[in-house]
Design a protein around this ligand. Structure first.
Ligand code: ZN
Length: 324
């Protein structure tokens, strides 16, 4: 089924992490992604919200974290996203296997999934990740200061995997309301995809009726956000979500994008997010992530917020700005 105004792919994925410095050391220092926004959780401004993306902070490249060092570990289970897959260029997995091992991360054996080669591993706080080789087109700008050479850099979000107690209601919802099509099955996983050929439009879903319900905690995905090109499309999707009984929230202005939240029928938290205005709205492109950025309504509390946050330093493997 095709819907004339619908979502186009993954926008960002937000994950609960442990220590903020360890998170930065791994995602920028090891995976080589650019910290494009250092801000606070707008619902809990005494904690960071860290955004990692490509060199130009394109929508769809963005993995974000709430570092909550005191949280208990999450529990893998139904109603949760259980793996985040990142796109890497074809032919780069050998590089990545070496790099991860050099940094004390032991990846699984390279495998093939739906015809694409991949490497799976967990981040330092327990998030299950996959690096998937793909030559599917996508928006990507290299980050010159990354410790990872440009030919191997992470291109952005490629796919997600969800466990569900019962798959039928979620599959029906994804097809009828969000515009997905079911495009294959493998090893008990059903693959759904948005129309098109670009990287970043795939959701794999597995029915696991005997599995416990998953719970949020360190290393678990908090929510996945899907892209819409503009405010009008977001409102159209919000209306469809309402008609489908998903009880979407009002539009929340996140300053860099506008968001609507809802739970899919299996219980996982989803978001619809606009492509714009983007991360460049309050920082120059070459300064993204350099300082703590607050949305205007939190600026009056900057002093108190800054003093409640632990200091963060860029990993030593990041090239100095002057070398560019
Ligand atoms: Zn979000």
């Amino acid at each position: 089924m095709s819907l004339d105004s619908t979502i186009t792919g993954l926008h960002h994925i937000t994950v609960i992490a442990g220590d903020a410095q360890e998170n930065l050391d791994f995602y920028s220092g090891v995976l080589g992604m650019r910290l494009v926004k250092k801000t606070v959780n707008q619902d809990a401004p005494d904690t960071y919200h860290l955004f990692y993306a490509d060199g130009a902070a394109h929508a769809g490249t963005d993995l974000t974290f709430f570092p909550w060092p005191g949280a208990a570990p999450g529990r893998i289970g139904t109603g949760l996203t259980v793996e985040v897959a990142l796109a890497v260029p074809s032919g780069s997995l050998a590089y990545w296997a070496d790099r991860l091992e050099q940094h004390g991360i032991q990846p699984g054996k390279p495998g093939v999934r739906f015809g694409e080669r991949l490497l799976t591993f967990a981040d330092p706080h327990g998030l299950e990740l996959a690096l998937i080789e793909t030559s599917d087109s996508r928006e990507f700008t290299p980050w010159p200061r990354s410790p990872v050479p440009e030919p191997h850099q992470v291109r952005g979000l490629h796919a997600v995997r969800l466990l569900e107690r019962s798959a039928a209601a979620t599959v029906d919802f994804l097809r009828a309301t969000l515009g997905f099509e079911e495009i294959g099955q493998e090893d008990g996983w059903r693959r759904l995809a948005l129309p098109g050929t670009r990287s970043g439009r795939v959701l794999d879903l597995k029915e696991a009726p005997a599995e416990r319900q998953g719970t949020w905690g360190t290393g678990s995905v908090h929510h996945i956000a899907w892209r819409v090109p503009d405010d009008a499309t977001e409102l159209a999707v919000q209306r469809r979500l309402g008609s489908a009984g998903r009880r979407p929230t009002e539009v929340v202005d996140r300053f860099w994008f506008k968001s609507v939240y809802f739970k899919e029928p299996g219980g996982a938290l989803f978001e619809i997010a606009t492509d714009g205005p983007g991360f460049g709205v309050d920082e120059a492109l070459d300064q993204l992530g350099a300082r703590l950025v607050l949305p205007p309504w939190l600026e009056p509390e900057r002093g108190a917020i800054e003093s409640s946050l632990p200091p963060l330093r860029q990993p030593e493997s990041i090239a100095p700005a002057s070398r560019r």
